[in-house]
Design a protein. Structure first.
Length: 50
């Protein structure tokens, strides 16, 4: 095995992490955080008076 082969594999792994895994993880994290922030909180809402 040549060092170029391992270098190509390393570049492929870095590319996958940079352009595939990181955006997916960031997207999921943002979705979870915004879901928690914008979720209605019935216990904190005022009750309407008749």
């Amino acid at each position: 095995m040549d060092n170029d082969f391992y270098t190509i594999i390393g570049y492929a792994v870095v590319w996958c992490v940079k352009y595939i895994f990181v955006p997916i993880v960031v997207g999921i994290t943002v979705k979870l955080i915004t879901g928690k922030l914008f979720q209605s909180q019935p216990q904190k809402q005022r009750k309407k008076r008749p």
